[in-house]
Design a protein around this ligand. Structure first.
Ligand code: FES
Ligand SMILES: [Fe+2]
Length: 356
């Protein structure tokens, strides 16, 4: 049994998509903001690069290459001192630009070593920490997606949740936008009887539309007010490198993918709702109560549903590694468009980086 081909050796679109990275010149969600309180450092990985996230005394979030410039220990083993990250071993300390700012021991007559670390632009938005792993000069021209519903006083209820699956990101993109896998969720029925009504690539986006019955599960269906929300159709988009859906302008979600390595992806799911009703009535649940309700719903309904997807994509990853040479008779034309976009963007990156 041979290993799957590399990107350069891949013979078809699917094989290329299965090993492509995600273009680094975008903002990527890497952690929940609440996992990074003041004074804490956390390691995250983007496509095998280890990155130290830390939050200083002033509340600001920073990201540095996770490697002390002295003997290359991970800086996340060290500590946050003020607004600097300090190595555990000899205490060399780095500021947010990656500059070596302090050596706390005798330098034996040497000047400060002229060493520094790569710094990544970092921000907090929608309860997530975002970094820009690509060319920092492009960080200002690219935007974290604007989600107006999640901003301001009257924002919609949203409780982000995330999963790390042993699967390549392209498998997850296929999964979240291809409703032909309703069978997997026949117990929860998040989308039943789906019929493709739109499938169109425009620039760096692939739009998909379904006529489908949204949220007809026994419990989830109770909270959706069908007189106010059209739940007979759903629009989706692979808006590279993210993915979103919209049901009647009232129920929406974004998926943000963090490609950790060739076979590991962390996905942040943000489902948000304009309103939900008290079951069996027309009474809208007050916004203030929706957040705790969503917390419970995430645990009881959403997470079990998404764990089904996780089990499927992890099994598919292993299946791909064994059967990468076999044909895949995909029936949904959207899948080919997702893969084309993933491959094209990765080729753009390789060309820019001079790797092709
Ligand atoms: S290894 Fe980091 S200070 Fe020496
Ligand atoms: Fe699914």
């Amino acid at each position: 049994m041979s290993a799957p081909p590399t990107f350069a050796d891949a013979r078809n679109r699917r094989q290329k998509a299965r090993v492509a990275g995600l273009h680094p010149d975008y903002w990527y969600a890497v952690e929940h903001a609440r996992a990074l309180p003041r004074g804490r450092a956390v390691e995250v990985k983007f496509w095998n690069q280890s990155i130290a996230l830390f939050r200083g005394d002033d509340g600001g979030v920073r990201a540095l290459e996770n490697r002390c410039a002295h003997r290359h220990l991970p800086l996340t083993l060290g500590s946050v001192e003020g607004c600097r990250l300090t190595c555990m071993y000899h205490g060399w300390s780095y500021d947010e630009s990656g500059r070596l700012a302090d050596v706390p021991h005798d330098r034996f007559g040497h000047p400060m070593p002229a060493v520094g670390l790569r710094a990544y632009p970092a921000r907090v938005r929608y309860g997530l920490v975002w970094i820009f792993p690509g060319d920092p000069a492009r960080a200002t021209e690219r935007r974290i997606p604007d989600i107006p519903e999640l901003e301001g006083r009257d924002r919609w209820a949203c409780v982000p949740l995330d999963f790390t699956w042993r699967a390549h990101h392209s498998l997850i993109v296929d999964n979240v936008s291809d409703f032909s896998h309703a069978w997997l969720h026949r117990k929860y029925r998040p989308f039943s009887d789906a019929r493709l009504t739109r499938c169109e690539a425009i620039g760096d986006r692939v739009y998909v539309g379904y006529q489908t019955k949204v949220g007809r599960g026994k419990i989830s269906g109770l909270f959706v007010d069908r007189r106010r929300v059209n739940t007979d159709a759903m629009d989706l988009c692979y808006e590279y490198p993210y993915q979103w859906s919209d049901t009647g302008g009232k129920i929406k979600h974004w998926c943000f993918f963090l490609p950790i390595d060739e076979r590991t992806t962390r996905t942040f799911f943000l489902f948000y709702f304009e309103s939900l009703r008290v079951p069996l009535t027309r009474v809208r649940i007050p916004r203030a109560l929706m957040t705790p309700l969503l917390r419970v719903a995430n645990r009881l309904l959403v997470a079990p549903l998404l764990r089904q997807d996780g089990a499927a994509v992890e099994a598919e990853q292993q299946a791909y590694e064994t059967h990468h040479a076999l044909p895949v008779p995909d029936l949904n034309p959207a899948v080919a468009l997702f893969q084309q976009l993933t491959v094209r963007k990765w080729e753009e990156h390789l060309e820019r980086a001079g790797g092709v």
